[in-house]
Design a protein around this ligand. Structure first.
Ligand code: DGL
Length: 265
């Protein structure tokens, strides 16, 4: 048993899609969430900057005495997992490995990935998928407009549908079997993406596999919390105004009294 919290970080609010899945599987675990809202987006930045920011996020969570850290951000997972693992002995989980495992399940021939430009450029999803099954074809597409639109609350309606049509047409023409939603924000618009791709394409939300993986690791290392003693805590590096609306709508929970603004530098 270990009643310390689980640390989760993301570049901004997208990591709440990961928090939501963790809370479904592990409702008794306290979560400390860090959203680096002052420096979002990470997806357009260089690898060295993403690594620097991710290490600062990790350092903050370690000061909060977390028992493990979930790298909710796909871009950080792609560039910074190894660097983070070198700084601490606590378990570090990223969202890419469980997504790859879910994607290759079944009789799969062609897999699509949509993600930030940084995640696509890293080639990490592509390499890991090919390493698990060299016979599959992998197609990756960066969708840079999705994040700002979702952050603006454009999660349904004509604008997001038009953007989805533009980004997904190439993947549609490849006749893929599964599509990895390789950015924390994309599960928020999974309906728009699903409608555009059609029902034969299996959508993979990396957070679902991550939550299962986290549960297994807590079990194996005897790190489960006995019961929930305390509320979750949310730390943001910028003012929470925009965050609160999207967060409360998505989590269906009142969290404004759980948010603290901090500075990492
Ligand atoms: N959290 C980022 C990711 O999952 C998306 C937003 C950003 O570009 O920072 O890749």
């Amino acid at each position: 048993m270990n009643n310390s919290p689980i640390g989760v970080f993301d570049s901004g609010l997208g990591g709440l899609t990961v928090v939501k899945e963790i809370k479904k599987v592990l409702p008794d675990e306290k979560i400390i969430y860090l959203g680096d809202t002052a420096r979002v987006p990470y997806g357009t930045r260089s690898s060295s900057t993403v690594i620097k920011f991710s290490l600062e996020n990790t350092k903050f969570l370690v000061t909060k005495k977390v028992k493990c850290i979930v790298i909710a951000c796909n871009t950080s997972s792609a560039w910074a997992t190894d660097a983070i693992k070198n700084t601490t002995d606590i378990p570090i989980l990223n969202v890419i490995d469980p997504a790859v495992d879910s994607a290759i399940e079944g009789n799969i021939r062609k897999i699509g990935i949509i993600a930030t430009a940084g995640t696509v450029r890293s080639g990490v999803y592509q390499k890991k998928l090919k390493a698990k099954n060299s016979n599959i074809d992998v197609y990756a597409k960066a969708c840079p407009l999705f994040v700002p639109l979702i952050e603006e609350g454009e999660t349904k309606g004509k604008i997001i549908e038009l953007v989805a049509k533009k980004y997904l047409s190439e993947l549609k023409s490849k006749d893929i079997d599964a599509l990895i939603l390789g950015c924390t924000h994309y599960p928020i618009i999974d309906k728009v993406i699903g409608d555009e791709m059609g029902r034969n394409v299996r959508l993979i939300n990396p957070a679902v596999g991550l939550a299962q993986e986290l549960s297994k690791i807590l079990d194996k290392s005897d790190l489960y919390a006995e019961k929930r003693f305390d509320d979750d805590e949310y730390y943001l590096t910028d003012d929470p105004t925009g965050f609160i609306n999207v967060a409360e709508a998505y989590l269906e929970e009142d969290i404004d009294n759980l948010i603290t603004k901090i500075s990492l530098t």
